[in-house]
Ligand binder design. Structure first.
Ligand code: ADP
Length: 207
């Protein structure tokens, strides 16, 4: 079976849409169906990836240009694919990742000014062409997503609503260009309703 057809699922969307919640429930469901499941987050889930994650996501005075930032995400992802995702899929396990390459394209290109096809290209190198079978894009109004973050709302406020509107639109643009790979999930519904829609889709894919 080609790796692209393996059970590799990713969850994406702006913060506060419920990605992590849905990814966790989805992994539990896969396990209940008899799959060995590896859960990971991008960036992260390797020693190198976690160190890069702390450079990228901790509030610090470090100057990081948008190309350097993109390449740091790519380096973390390359390690994640090599060390975690590829071995898991090769041994027949399912993989559920909280974010993946799509987020890099959307944040650094659509919202950050870089060229989206170029970021996809660098991504193809970083991941050795590894692509998820399906990405669940949790889509939600930016203000609503921010309100779900509660104490963590400063994550959103730091960059402003306009920026996150651009991110949301970037995700929707990519989804419209790759309808077979990226499923848009209406994140306004309850956690259970959303999970059900995701499970129904994954079941059709043979999960
Ligand atoms: P993300 O990973 O996208 O940032 P989380 O899964 O961490 O989002 O969820 C952010 C917050 O919103 C959590 O407090 C979570 O319990 C809550 N939440 C998640 N999904 C829903 C939903 N469908 N409706 C209401 N609240 C939700």
């Amino acid at each position: 079976m080609p790796l692209s057809a393996s059970l590799f699922f990713t969850f994406d969307g702006i913060d506060g849409t419920g990605k992590s919640t849905q990814a966790r429930l989805f992994a539990e469901w896969l396990e209940s169906r008899g799959h060995d499941v590896v859960q990971c987050r991008d960036p992260g889930s390797t020693e190198l990836g976690e160190q890069i994650r702390s450079i990228l996501l901790t509030h610090s005075s470090l100057t990081i240009g948008s190309r350097s930032e993109t390449l740091l995400y790519m380096a973390a992802r390359a390690q994640l694919v090599e060390e975690v995702i590829q071995p898991a899929l090769s041994s027949g396990k399912a993989v559920v990742s909280d974010r993946f390459l799509l987020a890099n394209v959307v944040y650094q290109a659509h919202a950050g000014g870089l060229d989206a096809p170029q970021v996809w290209q660098v991504g193809a190198f970083a991941t050795s062409g590894m692509q998820p079978l399906r990405t669940y894009l949790l889509d939600l109004d930016v203000e609503l997503a921010a309100s779900r973050l509660k104490g963590d709302a400063d994550r959103m406020e730091r960059r402003g609503t306009k920026y996150f509107e651009a991110v949301r639109n970037g995700f929707l643009t990519e989804a419209s260009q790759q309808p077979d790979r990226i499923a848009i999930i209406d994140a306004r519904h309850s956690i259970d309703e959303i999970q059900l829609a995701i499970r129904q889709d994954a079941e059709k894919l043979g999960a």
